[in-house]
Design a protein around this ligand. Structure first.
Ligand SMILES: *[C@@H]1O[C@H](CO)[C@@H](O)[C@H](O)[C@H]1NC(C)=O
Ligand SMILES: *[C@@H]1O[C@H](CO)[C@@H](O)[C@H](O)[C@H]1NC(C)=O
Ligand SMILES: *[C@@H]1O[C@H](CO)[C@@H](O)[C@H](O)[C@H]1NC(C)=O
Ligand SMILES: *[C@@H]1O[C@H](CO)[C@@H](O)[C@H](O)[C@H]1NC(C)=O
Ligand SMILES: *[C@@H]1O[C@H](CO)[C@@H](O)[C@H](O)[C@H]1NC(C)=O
Length: 742
């Protein structure tokens, strides 16, 4: 295939050159088009003249990235050792002689080819970021016959430091074996001496270099100014990633020498930096994200992967009922999912248990662990992993209780990416808090990256290799074995990410689609009854969904006709059943209803002319929240119905729930409210929870008796709307009343 393409290109080039000579004067377009085609032809030639080798025993994520970068620049690579057992020892200590032995064998046929150039580099931690033509040019400019990359550290034998030639300024003095380039005879001569597979390759090359006679004979040099190669370890301040604002394409510059190295090596501890640069190098973008389109998988509906769906709730989270409703809606056959649910929170045990026992029947299997089982988060996550391995699942889809899925396609979308590890971007509404880190601090904790804000705000859309992900992610079985939750200093999330990083499994984060969001569990007070109700200010979005009537905003439309059961009494859809049920439960749990007498110590004067059995919002710590509720949701409706009256924020000294019961206080005598306008929200249902009741407006001889749960009556206060509470004959009636702008 590749060869055919080259021949075709050569043929085309020849044809065009011919055309050019024939038509040189008349056809300007052909002249314009020609150089590109000729350049392509040169490329093809270069692949014949320059042999690119790497060693990789496994096709790791890093290897795939390297090969992709080579493909992007039409560079043909020969991979040595693929599929073989690695015999080169532990590379984090020393080793790599194996690489030398593989390379020697591979280039033996080329040993006399004086025109052939060999480029060797590692692959797991290398990215090519230039064409072969540029690479060859940089090599030739060096004047060396054998050019090695250089780094800042003398490794593995520090004692050799003084034997190295001095370098100026910020140049790199020491040889690094991760990448080198040379003419075939010189490279072959370099590899002359035998070496054990497990001996250190860098030391081997270093000894040749430090032998002045050999160095001279091989015309061997180090690329001390990073003209061709950039080793990143210890070079954080030497390089700068330049990302073009229009194309989002990146180049890495060495700012000490203003060079643009073509082969970038994340040696030693600099793998995370390489990963970050790699998000922009080698044409991952061209305005839009190109790498996002590559290697996508079409799901075969007849052979869908088996998933272990892991629901983890290590800490209390608001809106857990909504979380589970979204899990239930995931578009994926439940008989292809094993469900594992973990709770360390008494508050959530009941919902977990009932979900696992009820909906769990639809899943391939369902298991749950509750807080009473006393399994800590680390062990809980390990248990989930063990289950997935035992179940021979193809993937683990792990979702924490704070990650609310809003897109039921999320699992399928993630599967399509076909990665070992991929996560959707989830963030808190209107906050920069998200489920990933763009960079790590030296201690392995959070650090902000240059692109963090753009990714969270989705100003930059793509797929990014990041060092830390939490809350929601998909892991392929090939990565199960490397995951470790145990760690002396790290929490289980950090431990997992560290183990994936150490194993070279890339954690990809995609923000190509909006899939969901994080709820805010900060300061979530679980000691109160119905704690979700208290979180309006910290979780405005979810609070609104749970507690504000779904038809609320329709009513703000001028053309929506609002019912008026009595003159200037408006009837409005304001809150959900959950609002009513939770608020009644909060107040009944508090339980200290007033005694209905005129003496009321909660009031400034201590006297109530028209007393009711009630509880004030202030008594249950909800006054501030309720005022916010009035401002956010009641005021816009008021402005629609009583045109021209504008008080923001609304003031209200009295926000209270009234309880009517036949045996307690069954009705309320006629009275005026001391308000500009009054709202009265029905908290339960006539005919279901009670009989009788309602509100009678005397001036109009008009009653509203069929009140509806979650609907609000809004009427003027102190002059026209003299009214009474009608007799409740059975059951208990609750209403929530505010006297606004007294
Ligand atoms: C939680 O609510 C209780 C009851 O209202 C209150 O006493 C306590 O101070 C609150 N705790 C926090 C951390 O806000
Ligand atoms: C919302 O209003 C429509 C009519 O406008 C009604 O059919 C629907 O039931 C309402 N939704 C709820 C939840 O009450
Ligand atoms: C208001 O309602 C009308 C009629 O239903 C509709 O055509 C219009 O789009 C609505 N306006 C807004 C802003 O929703
Ligand atoms: C009030 O209305 C009721 C019917 O709804 C009627 O029976 C009654 O006579 C009216 N009272 C007055 C004072 O108009
Ligand atoms: C009150 O309601 C209960 C059930 O809701 C019913 O059993 C009972 O008969 C009712 N009592 C009266 C006096 O209507």
């Amino acid at each position: 295939m590749q060869k055919q393409k080259q021949c075709a290109l050569l043929f085309l080039a020849a044809l065009l050159l011919l055309l050019q000579t024939v038509n040189a004067k008349s056809d300007a377009e052909a002249v314009e088009a020609a150089p590109e085609v000729v350049a392509a032809a040169t490329h093809a030639n270069l692949n014949d003249k320059v042999k690119v080798f790497t060693v990789a025993t496994e096709p790791t994520d890093g290897y795939r990235r390297y090969i992709r970068s080579a493909n992007v620049y039409d560079i043909e690579v020969t991979t040595l050792g693929l599929g073989e057992e690695w015999k080169g020892g532990d590379m984090s200590k020393a080793g790599g002689g194996f690489k030398i032995n593989l390379l020697r064998q591979a280039i033996e046929p080329l040993k006399d080819a004086q025109d052939t150039i060999i480029l060797f580099s590692d692959s797991y931690d290398v990215i090519i970021s230039a064409t072969l033509a540029e690479i060859v040019e940089k090599f030739k400019e060096s004047g060396a016959k054998l050019l090695f990359s250089a780094e800042k550290f003398c490794w593995p034998d520090l004692k050799l430091t003084d034997q190295y030639p001095e370098v100026e300024g910020k140049a790199s003095r020491f040889l690094n074996s991760g990448a080198f380039m040379g003419y075939a005879p010189q490279v072959y001569a370099l590899l002359e001496e035998p070496i054990e597979d497990t001996a250190d390759d860098q030391l081997y090359y270093t000894k040749v270099f430090l032998d002045e006679a050999k160095r001279a004979k091989l015309e061997m040099k180090l690329d001390t100014q990073s003209r061709l190669f950039q080793n990143l370890h210890g070079a954080k301040n030497d390089v700068k990633l330049q990302v073009d604002l229009d194309s989002n394409q990146g180049t890495l510059q060495n700012i000490n020498f203003m060079t643009t190295p073509a082969i970038i090596h994340g040696n030693g501890l600099s793998k995370i930096e390489l990963n970050a640069y790699g998000n922009y190098l080698a044409k991952t973008f061209n305005d839009v994200c190109l790498v996002c389109q590559e290697n996508l998988l079409d799901l075969d509906e007849s052979k869908l992967p088996i998933i272990t769906l892991t629901i983890m709730v290590p800490q209390a989270v608001p809106f857990f009922d909504m979380f589970l409703a979204n899990i239930e809606k995931l578009n994926y056959p439940k008989d292809h999912m094993h469900l594992f649910m973990y709770s360390a929170v008494p508050l959530h045990d009941e919902l977990i248990k009932s979900y696992a026992e009820q909906q769990g029947k639809q899943y391939a299997s369902a298991k749950y662990v509750l807080s009473t089982d006393q399994i800590d988060e680390r062990a809980g996550r390990q248990l989930a992993l063990d289950k997935a391995i035992m179940q021979h699942s193809d993937y683990i889809f792990s979702v924490d209780g704070d990650a609310h899925i809003d897109d039921e396609e999320v699992l399928r979308e993630l599967l399509r990416h076909n990665k070992q590890f991929v996560a959707p971007l989830f963030s808190k509404y209107h906050e920069l808090w998200s489920n990933f880190w763009g960079a790590l601090s030296d201690g392995g904790f959070y650090a902000r990256s240059h692109d963090y804000v753009d990714i969270v705000k989705r100003d930059l859309i793509g797929i990014f290799n990041v060092p830390h992900v939490t809350s929601i992610y998909l892991i392929k079985h090939s990565a199960f074995d490397v995951i470790k939750y145990e760690h002396r200093d790290f929490d289980p999330d950090m431990a997992m990410c560290a183990s994936l990083r150490n194993a070279g499994v890339f954690m990809y984060l995609s923000n190509q689609r909006y899939h969901g969001h994080l709820v805010n569990a900060d300061n979530f007070n679980t000691t109160v009854a119905r704690p979700d109700f208290y979180t309006l200010l910290s979780n405005r979005y979810d609070w609104t969904i749970k507690y504000i009537h779904p038809n609320y905003s329709l009513q703000l439309n001028e053309s929506y006709v609002l019912p008026q059961p009595c003159p200037d009494v408006y009837w409005l859809q304001i809150v959900t059943d959950a609002f009513c049920d939770d608020l009644v439960a909060i107040l009944e749990n508090y339980g200290r209803w007033s005694d209905g007498s005129n003496k009321d110590t909660r009031l400034e004067g201590g006297y109530e002319a028209v007393p009711t059995r009630d509880i004030h919002m202030r008594q249950v710590g909800l006054d501030a929240l309720y005022l916010k509720f009035l401002q956010m949701f009641v005021r816009p409706l008021q402005e629609r119905v009583f045109t021209g009256y504008y008080h923001n924020p609304p003031r209200s000294l009295m926000n209270f729930m009234v309880r009517y019961r036949p045996d307690e206080q069954p009705s309320l005598r006629p009275h005026h409210d001391s308000s500009t306008y009054t709202i009265n929200i029905a908290m339960n249902s006539v005919g279901v929870d009670y009989e009788g009741g309602g509100c009678h407006f005397l001036r109009y001889n008009c009653s509203v008796t069929q009140t509806k749960k979650g609907w609000m009556l809004m009427h003027p206060g102190r002059l026209t709307h003299y009214h009474e509470g009608l007799l409740v004959t059975n059951g208990t009636r609750y209403i929530m009343v505010s006297f606004i702008d007294p």
